[in-house]
Design a binder for this molecule. Sequence first.
Ligand code: SF4
Length: 189
Amino acid sequence: TSKVSVSVEFLDYYAKKQFPLCMRNIHESFRSTHHMRHGSRMQYGLFLKGIGLSYDDCMKVWRDEFTKLIDENTFDKKYAYQVKHQHGKVGSMANYRPYSCMSIIMGSVGSGENHGCPFKHFDATNLKHKLSEYGVSNEGVEELLNLVKATHYQVACTKYFEYTHGKPSKQVINHPNQYFEESQELLSN
Ligand code: SF4
């Protein structure tokens, strides 16, 4: 978990400024569609726990967004269990860890799903569009696409960090939560 304290009311800000591309993508899609499919719920839910959001905060984030489309009862029946599960409140009570880049990159993403690693799973046109939308310069986009072509996904992510923070990360990105922690350290100094 992060050394710097994290407040749930800044979630949109974090997503915009401090989340890796994979998590910003899921977050924004969740905000706009008020829905997350299973793969995204797993990847993003555990990431949120990993940045230091409490069980109550996570449940509220999910509930507030899902119930823009469905009622509270349906939410409780279909989705609340997964949040409880991720926080070790039900089932085997395990302390589930957020996914690493490697496991996200190696995972499969079906059509209509939006979890995964955009550097690996987006097609080039979509990735290009996203990167420009998120403020990466044309040269930057070209550099990132070349890294992706050479299958250097995590190096591309590390460069994306540098483009969006104006400074490099300390290490190559190998975990979405490490990305966020490095960003927190950088921005709090
Ligand atoms: Fe997310 Fe890791 Fe891919 Fe970066 S390299 S977008 S942190 S899965």
